[in-house]
Design a protein around this ligand. Structure first.
Ligand SMILES: [Zn+2]
Length: 172
């Protein structure tokens, strides 16, 4: 996995690149939440659910279907999110699906069940430049944790925020 705060880079970068006023602060909050939500499956470790199970880590919550379901919930709640239904659907859907796509770029761990329930094989990208984050929080504060942070900074934070700022300034 990538670290949780790194998953939030994608909705924030999309909001930065989007035309002013298109993404309300509530919708941005929902997008950030949707980008983190797939890792709620980590609770499975405490409940004894095996990593390789469909309900386990990187299982069904890391699928396209899950992202579509969350996007539908956002569209249904568009009034509360101060947005139009299709904007809420697209923004929250992209935020949620970005999570497993980023996970696929990590050098460790099992792949993600992206095509669940139609295809249960876990998938990983053949290009995996991002160091996998430790699952134990205490290990973030070690040399390995620092390596992970640097690789996320270089491969995710830097390119996505740069792209978002270029789009934002190009629009002016
Ligand atoms: Zn994940």
């Amino acid at each position: 996995m990538t670290t949780l705060m790194t998953h939030a880079v994608i909705p924030i970068a999309i909001a930065l690149a989007a035309p002013q006023g298109l993404i309300s602060s509530r919708l941005l909050g929902a997008g950030v939440l949707a980008s983190l939500l797939p890792d709620a499956d980590m609770m499975g470790f405490y409940w004894g659910i095996p990593y390789s199970s469909e309900l386990g880590h990187r299982g069904f919550t890391h699928s396209i279907l899950f992202a579509v379901a969350i996007a539908c919930c956002a569209a249904a709640a568009c009034n509360s999110l101060r947005s139009r239904a299709y904007i809420a659907f697209l923004f929250v859907g992209m935020s949620c699906i970005s999570h497993p796509l980023l996970d696929m770029l990590t050098s460790g761990g099992k792949g993600v069940a992206l095509f669940w329930p139609f295809e249960k094989t876990r998938v990983l990208s053949s290009f995996r430049p991002v160091s996998a984050a430790p699952m134990n929080v205490a290990r973030f504060f070690t040399d390995h944790g620092w390596q992970v942070f640097k690789s996320e900074l270089f491969w995710i934070w830097l390119p996505f925020f740069s792209l978002a700022l270029i789009v934002r300034f190009a629009r002016r």
